[in-house]
Design a protein around this ligand. Structure first.
Ligand SMILES: *Cc1c(COP(=O)(O)O)cnc(C)c1O
Length: 353
């Protein structure tokens, strides 16, 4: 049976969280002398002299409308990376607990585990980039607190089988984190509608990709109210600054613009795949549900360096297990994609391929 309280670290269960001035008085007043702010104003002539809303109510309310999830099931972090780190700090005892990842996948799960001195049990994806379910089942023991699944997966680009994810959710008594950073580009549906079904589910999304706001650093976690309360207890009081909150709120009015970009990116992805397919230096193009594609090439290091010299930067993943020989290429604008194809053709000409 899943029991959140048993999963928590003892120090977190007993933690008395920091109580900020903004936590203690929540109403509207005209004179604020409770937080040692500069009462005279800020050089920016806006509300920046005040501490931001610790729980980002306005942003969450808007996100709740867009996502169809109540605000109390939403946590906002300084990027998804903060949500990942909080999961380790709240649930994993350093030096004794472990988590499971299914590589090749996003690097931050392991980095965050290492920072927090938590063992990572890596169960490689199969060659079709789907999870090895027996391997995962064997790796789980009483100290396994979290399983991380990235879907669509970075760097492979594919979505993870929904049935497999549901099997893990239904049978694992720890937390199952589904990282949906690229969900907007996917044909698969999100897991955020399943929060009432699975009390051990944490879905991560972000404003960094489809929303075009990587610079604001806003990541989202969707989970049960009980899990969100733990996130809120452990996070730094003012983890999302006022500028990010105000700008995010403004950006979240532009759903239509974002949806248009998503459509265009997906169309460009399919077009780029067709063009790459005609190249002799390209060996395999893996199916993608994301805004990037994983491409196996001949001489990946040489192609990477050739691109760099032309001012085009792709990601060299050729040393990553199961991605041998691969470059990960983000879908650019139509013009950028043309430059990429041109560079490939140039490389082939110069090397007589
Ligand atoms: C880019 C990315 C993120 C986003 O991280 P932020 O900290 O929100 O910018 C999260 N997960 C995966 C798999 C990613 O590729």
């Amino acid at each position: 049976m899943f029991n959140l309280q048993n999963l928590l670290r003892k120090n977190i269960k007993e933690l008395i969280p920091y109580s900020s001035a903004r936590d203690e008085f929540k109403g509207e007043a005209s004179v604020y002398l409770d937080a040692n702010e500069n009462s005279y104003g800020s050089p920016l002539n806006e509300s920046f002299n005040r501490y931001p809303d610790p729980l980002q109510f306005k942003v969450k309310k808007r996100l709740s409308e867009i996502k169809g999830v109540p605000p109390q099931n939403i946590f906002l972090g300084n990027g998804s990376d903060e949500a990942i780190d909080i999961l380790f700090r709240a649930f994993c005892n350093p030096g004794s607990d472990n988590v499971i990842t299914v590589p090749p996948t996003y690097g931050m799960y392991e980095v965050s585990a290492n920072i927090n001195d938590v063992e990572v049990r890596k169960i490689k994806l199969k060659t079709d980039f789907q999870p090895n379910m027996e391997g995962i089942a064997e790796a789980i023991d009483e100290h396994t607190k979290i399983i991380f699944i990235c879907s669509p997966n970075n760097p492979t680009g594919n979505s993870i089988n929904r049935d497999d994810i549901e099997t893990i959710l239904a049978n694992f008594n720890g937390l199952v984190v589904i990282d949906e950073a690229y969900i907007n580009y996917s044909r698969q549906k999100t897991f955020i509608q399943e929060l009432t079904e699975y009390s051990n589910l944490v879905v991560l999304q972000t404003l960094s990709k489809a929303w075009g706001l990587a610079g604001l650093r806003i990541g989202m976690a969707f989970a049960s109210e009980e899990i969100i309360e733990i996130f809120n207890k452990v996070k730094p009081p003012y983890n999302i600054n006022e500028a990010s909150q105000a700008l995010a709120l403004q950006a979240l009015q532009n759903v239509e613009q974002v949806n248009n970009w998503i459509k265009e990116t997906v169309a460009e992805r399919e077009k780029l795949k067709l063009e790459l397919n005609t190249l002799e230096s390209v060996l395999t193009i893996y199916p993608s549900d994301a805004n990037f594609i994983l491409v196996k090439t001949i001489q990946p290091k040489e192609i990477y360096q050739f691109m760099v010299n032309k001012g085009i930067i792709v990601r060299d993943r050729s040393k990553v297990e199961l991605c041998e020989g691969c470059l990960r290429i983000t879908i650019g604008t139509p013009h950028e994609n043309e430059l990429l194809i041109e560079a490939f053709k140039n490389f082939e000409e110069l090397n007589k391929i």
